[in-house]
Structures are given as C-alpha cells and as structure tokens.
Design a protein around this ligand. Structure first.
Ligand SMILES: *Cc1c(COP(=O)(O)O)cnc(C)c1O
Length: 239
C-alpha cells in the first residue's frame, strides 16, 4: 500500500518536472498539494511521510478532523468556505484557496484580528463561468483582490481556478489550457499593482501539464497521488 503511494508520488513529481522543463521553468517553483479528501488520515500521513507535506481538503469538516491526526502537514482549504465555518479555519495556518466574495473576506479578516494574525488567502476565479464551480467572475476579480488586500488581517497571495469539466471526448488538458492562460493574464496584471499576488493554484490530476505550462505555482492533485476516491468523506459522520 505505502509502496503504491511512493510510486504514485514519484510519477506525479516526474510529470511536474517534465512539464516544467518543457516550459523552461524550475520544478522547485511548483508546490505539489496532495488533495486527501475521502481518504483516511493514515493515508494522508503516508503521503506526508513520503515527502509531500502540503495537503488539501475541499470540506472544512474533513480538514479539521484530519488536522489533529496528521503530523507535519501544511494544510490548504481548496473547497468552498461558508462564513459560519470561518472560525474553524482561521488561526491554524491554513491557506484558503477559495475567497470569492467580499463578505467572506471580511469574515476572515475579522476573525484573524481576534487571533492577532494574518490570514493568507487566494482569490478563486470561475474563469470558465461554470455554474457548477465556485469563484468570482473574471470581471470581478480585480475589485475583489483590491478590496481583500486592503483588509487589515488578510493577505492575498494569488489566484485559484477550477476549469469546467471537459466536453465528452475532449482532452482535459486542451480544454483547460485556455482557462489557465486567462488566469495567468489576470495574475500578471494584478501583480504589477500588488506584488504579493504571486501564486497560481491550478491543475489537477488530468491537466497538470497544461497548468504548469501556463505558470501554475501550486498544483492540486488528488487521484494521481492517492488513487481512486471513495464516495464521500472517510468518516460517515462528516457527511
Ligand atoms: C478534488 C479536488 C482536486 C483534485 O482532483 P483530482 O482530479 O483527483 O486530482 C483539486 N482541486 C479541488 C478544488 C478539488 O476539490
């Protein structure tokens, strides 16, 4: 079992290295985030022990349940965040990838103030205008970043996107590439005004090469690291 994990991680790292080389980039500039959703803490721990210390979850409850059970991880919340769950996230050194509205940014900053710290976030952009995906619209992102970075206890370190599902028969990487390029153009423009906006969180198991080619600094990989997912959180009471 853990041998499989080590092999899968090596294969993912090789894909990142090859894609980086093809783009004339250094693989060191690309953080591999292993998305552990639906997998038990023991599986997440094996991945951390194999050297992938950045772990991502898309649900707050599943993240907070694993937080105490996995040693040595850096956590990323890659799924939607409701304002009533903000208190479960802030103060725990979690990078939130999914800020998509002012009220959520407000809530995060207010909570971070109580902890006397700074909450690090990415702004999620729905580049493909997919009703099934979270994120602000492309024409809202500049305003949202400018607003959020002005909040006293928030820092916006970059942008994140999840491209729409490819059409049947369409190659996922080809389908996603234009969306990744669009996110990069937005980031480039924002970075000229706000130098701290550096990260591009984009690319998953099926399209990481396209994301790296377009400048991803964080790729979020689930299946290719952990194998197939179960049908829900690993513990039924977290559903
Ligand atoms: C599940 C998930 C991933 C990983 O997806 P895979 O296709 O399994 O690599 C990446 N990002 C987000 C936001 C996710 O929810």
């Amino acid at each position: 079992m853990s041998g499989d994990v080590v092999e899968r991680i090596a294969a993912v790292r090789a894909r990142i290295t090859d894609a980086a080389a093809a783009a004339g980039r250094s693989p060191a500039d690309i953080t591999l985030i292993a998305v552990s959703k639906t997998h038990p803490p023991q599986a997440a721990q094996r991945v951390v022990d194999a050297g992938v210390v950045d772990l991502g979850e898309n649900r707050v409850q599943e993240l907070t349940a694993k937080l105490g059970e996995v040693q040595g991880a850096r956590w990323h919340l890659v799924g939607q965040l409701q304002r009533n769950k903000v208190r479960d996230i802030v103060g725990r050194k979690i990078l939130v990838h999914s800020v998509d509205r002012r009220r959520l940014a407000d809530a995060l900053s207010t909570r971070a103030q109580r902890h006397g710290g700074i909450q690090r976030v990415l702004v999620q952009v729905n580049v493909g205008d997919d009703p099934a995906k979270g994120g602000c619209r492309l024409d809202e992102v500049d305003d949202l970043v400018a607003y959020a970075r002005d909040l006293p206890h928030l820092t916006v370190e970059g942008l994140m996107t999840i491209p729409p599902m490819p059409a049947p028969g369409e190659d996922p990487a080809d389908a996603a590439r234009g969306h990744f390029a669009e996110l990069r153009r937005r980031r480039d423009a924002l970075r000229e005004r706000f130098p701290e906006v550096v990260h591009l969180s984009m690319g998953m198991s099926d399209d990481l090469e396209a994301a790296v080619a377009e400048g991803a600094t964080m790729v979020r990989i689930g299946t290719a690291v952990f194998g197939p997912r179960g049908d829900g959180p690993w513990r039924k009471d977290l559903r």
